[in-house]
Design a protein around this ligand. Structure first.
Ligand code: CP
Length: 287
């Protein structure tokens, strides 16, 4: 595999192989576990055209813990402000001598453009392209499920909330369905496009009805920055119908795992006590 553009393109065997390999890297460079030199001599460029905390920092840290040099680019303070295009910027950074690009962009397909325009030896990793895919988030979500619950096949996973604007939802769906999980997408009708059923998922609009069936809930952030207004009446109503809280936890399956890709809107899709409670794997996902 040369690039990582999405989980839609990967087979179940390829996803399993990545997860198995990832298990061997868990904790490298942390505490007493030594760093490695798998990427010694390589230069990895992080091109982030959208804000990021977890993805940008973890890619940088992971690269350095494996011996690579890293280069961080964000448009603020760069010549993007003078009108330089995405491709021109990428080609100029490529000219400095890089081996891989990790890219986040608001336009779906931006990583695929880099594959087309950059030199053949440069590897491209999609760190989130618009509402299309966020494959590394999908992989780490599935990795966290497998690690905490011991399997993926046969589990029922609820993806809750803003499915329409969520690249995380699309990557989760592709990966989880391929690995044999049952996926239920649940949210307000305005945030769950009916076409998503063609991806092999069940559509629901009543969280309380599906809650007792779910082994895992992945609580998607309401993406206020991508939404036009009026997709649901109020934050209060969203929280009442789709927010995970202590009362709902009492009606969930015992041991139900709670994931959230972050950043979380505390008090909207998840209450603080649940986000920080024993069923939450939110910080495990980040690790
Ligand atoms: N989950 C995730 O992609 O977080 P960031 O936007 O902070 O990278």
């Amino acid at each position: 595999m040369k690039h990582l553009l999405g989980l839609e393109e990967l087979s179940a065997a390829e996803i399993e192989r990545i997860l198995d390999a990832a298990a061997g890297y868990l904790g490298v460079g942390v505490g007493d576990v030594p760093k490695r030199d798998d990427l010694k001599g390589k230069v990895i460029a992080n091109l982030f055209y959208e804000p990021s905390t977890r993805t940008r920092v973890s890619f940088g840290l992971a690269a350095r813990r494996l011996g690579a040099d890293t280069l961080d680019f964000s448009p603020s303070g760069s010549s993007t402000a003078k009108g330089e295009t995405f491709i021109d910027t990428a080609k100029n950074i490529e000219a400095m001598g890089i081996d891989a690009v990790v890219v986040r962009h608001s336009s779906p397909g931006a990583p695929h453009l880099l594959v087309k325009y950059l030199l053949p030896h440069v590897r491209v990793v999609n760190a989130g392209d618009g509402a299309h895919e966020h494959p590394t988030q999908g992989l780490l979500d599935i990795f966290s499920i497998r690690r905490r619950l011991g399997k993926v096949a046969g589990l029922t996973v609820g993806l809750i909330g803003d499915i329409a604007h969520s690249r995380v939802a699309r990557s989760n769906i592709h990966g989880l369905v391929k690995l044999g999980a049952k996926v239920i997408v649940c949210g307000p009708t305005t945030l769950v496009p009916s076409e998503v059923a063609s991806l092999g998922v069940e559509i629901a609009h009543d969280l309380d009805a599906i809650l007792p069936r779910c082994d895992v809930l992945n609580l998607l952030r309401v993406q206020f920055e991508r939404q036009r207004s009026g997709l649901f009446p109020s934050i209060r109503e969203y929280r009442l119908l789709f927010g995970m809280n202590g009362e709902r936890m009492k009606r969930a399956k015992p041991g139900m795992l709670l994931l959230a890709p972050g950043p979380i809107n505390r008090g909207v899709e998840i209450s603080p006590d649940v986000a920080d409670g024993p069923n939450s794997a939110i910080l495990d996902q980040v690790s």
